[in-house]
Design a protein around this ligand. Structure first.
Ligand code: LMR
Length: 398
């Protein structure tokens, strides 16, 4: 029956994690997947999450199906986290939110929804972007194109070229944007650039689709939501998929949401209805445990404060590792510019290393990063940063 199908080559990020796990070398360093590891190299369970789970278990409630759109309290908390508790868009009822299976699940539900209701649209993603963006939208039947983004010569954004491309797009094109902590480059739009971009999105009647997987890992929870709030203020209809995988360190719980900020409450009600139907056709309804964790951590004042402190500590540890790697590299390779480690934001840095250099790092030094040259800075700690810097210097310098 299936002898004719093509073999799956494997996912470039998950395949690398498998290769890392199989590597017997004791000094190996995993800078591949976007996961936060703590100073001891362990995946942390946050105290806020641990306490929330203890309370959930103690309450010993039944486990009914959730609604197709997910848990009401979680959805409310998500809106407030994204937009700020007092944003008028929430009060006006013009935000439609569903709980989703990670932000990937949200992105996919949104993509299927858009293919149904904007069947002629094409999707535009940044060059480069997270590999799976293209796969997801192509999987929903879209043609996926790129707009200019990363400037390898300056380490910044090709902002004028990006705007020039967006100005040529037909109305109702879908423009995927990273709200903060751009994956894979770590290079974000500045506030001034968002302010210049939004009028172009409005004039061209484009549909912004924000991916916010790293809220709190850039400059702070509210700071990282600048783009979301600026778009909501502008009145443009847009979508946003957000995740708690990284910010609450609950990767396997699959906690996320998809929100549509609409022109008015009537449009939001229509969108919510069709998102519910989209969910029903794919997986019927989302998981309950993840919703309970998120709503409890966000809604309980004590747990919320604890979580915000834990998220800040993760953000600050990543920033310290950026500085440590930068300082060691400029000492090892004087005269070279490694300033990008300090200016980039979030878990990732785009090193400019070639695929051949990445292969040497893995094969000769057991340092794993993906072949685009992206490193996950959150995989560094004080025990492995020196080794990593030495390995990088060896492949860059030779
Ligand atoms: C990454 O980019 O490494 C993360 O978003 C994890 C993933 O699913 O690819």
């Amino acid at each position: 029956m299936f002898q004719h199908i093509t073999p799956y080559a494997g996912d470039p990020i998950f395949a690398l994690v498998d290769a890392f796990n199989a590597d017997p070398r004791p000094q190996k360093v995993n800078l591949s997947i976007g996961i936060y590891f703590d100073e001891a190299g362990k995946l942390p369970v946050l105290d806020s999450v641990r306490h929330a789970e203890a309370q959930i278990v103690a309450a010993d409630g039944p486990k009914p199906y959730l609604a197709m759109e997910g848990d009401a309290e979680t959805r409310k908390q998500v809106q407030m986290l994204l937009l700020g508790a007092d944003h008028p868009a929430i009060a006006a009822g013009r935000v439609a939110t569903i709980q989703s299976v990670g932000s990937s699940g949200g992105l996919k539900v949104g993509a299927d929804f858009m293919k149904t209701w904007l069947p002629e649209a094409q999707v535009w993603v940044s060059d480069p972007t997270w590999d799976n963006h293209r796969s997801m939208f192509e999987g929903s039947g879209f043609q996926v194109n790129t707009y200019p983004y990363y400037d390898a010569s300056t380490g910044g954004v090709r902002f004028d070229a990006m705007l020039d491309t967006l100005r040529t797009l037909p109305a109702r094109s879908i423009v995927l944007l990273h709200a903060c902590c751009h994956n894979p480059t770590g290079v974000d739009l500045t506030r001034a650039q968002w302010d210049a971009l939004i009028p172009v999105l409005r004039e061209r009647e484009l549909l912004p689709y924000l991916d916010l997987a790293y809220q709190g890992f850039g400059d702070g929870i509210d700071e990282d939501a600048y783009a979301v709030r600026a778009l909501a203020d502008s009145g443009i209809t847009f979508f946003i998929a957000n995740s708690f995988s990284k910010s609450m360190s609950v990767y396997g719980e699959r906690c996320g949401a998809l929100s549509a900020v609409c022109a008015d409450a009537a449009e939001a009600a229509l969108v919510l209805g069709q998102l519910r139907y989209t969910v029903r056709r794919i997986y019927s309804s989302p998981p309950m445990h993840s919703a309970r964790i998120v709503s409890r951590v966000l809604g309980d004042a004590e747990l919320r404060a604890q979580w915000e402190g834990e998220l800040a500590a993760m953000r600050e540890r990543i920033a310290a590792m950026r500085r440590a790697l930068h300082d060691r590299l400029i000492a090892l390779l004087p005269g070279r510019d490694f300033g990008y480690f300090l200016s980039q934001r979030g878990m990732f840095s785009y090193t400019g290393l070639s695929a051949a250099q990445v292969d040497r790092l893995r094969e000769e030094h057991a340092v794993y990063l993906i072949r685009s040259g992206r490193i996950c800075v959150a995989g560094l700690n004080t025990s492995n940063v020196e080794r990593t810097a030495q390995a990088m210097a060896a492949v860059i310098g030779s």
